[in-house]
Write a protein that binds this ligand. Sequence first.
Ligand SMILES: N[C@@H](CCC(=O)N[C@@H](CS)C(=O)NCC(=O)O)C(=O)O
Length: 225
Amino acid sequence: MLTLHHLEYSQSFRVLWLLEALGAEYELKSYDRDPKTRLAPAEYKALSPLGTAPVVTDGDMVLAESNAIMDFILDAHPQSDLRPAAGHKDRARHLFWFHAAQGTLMSMQGVAMVLTLLETRTPWPIRGILKAAFGQVRKLFVNARLNAVYDLMESDLGKQAFFGGDNLTAADITLVYPMYAARDRGVFDTDYPNISGWFVRIEAMPSYIAARAKDNRERINFLIR
Ligand SMILES: N[C@@H](CCC(=O)N[C@@H](CS)C(=O)NCC(=O)O)C(=O)O
């Protein structure tokens, strides 16, 4: 049977939600982060070469990387409507958001997080210079790209209720992590009614509620601010 190795406050929540949405049988093993470093504990790091969450195992099979895991699990559930098949009218939309989550949104949020870490953890005389220099990078590169994604999300969710089409797909599930990261930073506080509606819709879904109950944490993500 598939085992999900779930690290608290991490991207492995996605896999937890996917398994609940599929009604799949699986074993859940939960791990706390190292209290000092907030990284995965040594036991978790030993599971896979990258040492990152999520990881699933099944016998000798070990798989890391959120979207690889999601595709692997969906391969075993070909009847599921969580991944529109080739030829489906929502196939392109689903593929775009499923991959934009990792390829654009997570990577840009990662750059923003690194800039913030450098600004806040550098001694004060240098901090001011870094902030000024990074301000330009944020404006021209990071925020410009992120805002383009958020605006496209708002527009797409005005046309169909979910990122992958009219119903929940793996695109919504993989986006859940960066979407909460953005919401926690106040990105959607104003001017994003369709995105706000998406949060309301997913939070009412039985599979999401079940995954949150198993996650048993007050937030779904862990942010370095
Ligand atoms: N692209 C990878 C990113 C994995 C990743 O960075 N996971 C974080 C959790 S959100 C992690 O494992 N952090 C703990 C650590 O690095 O020790 C994926 O989607 O699986």
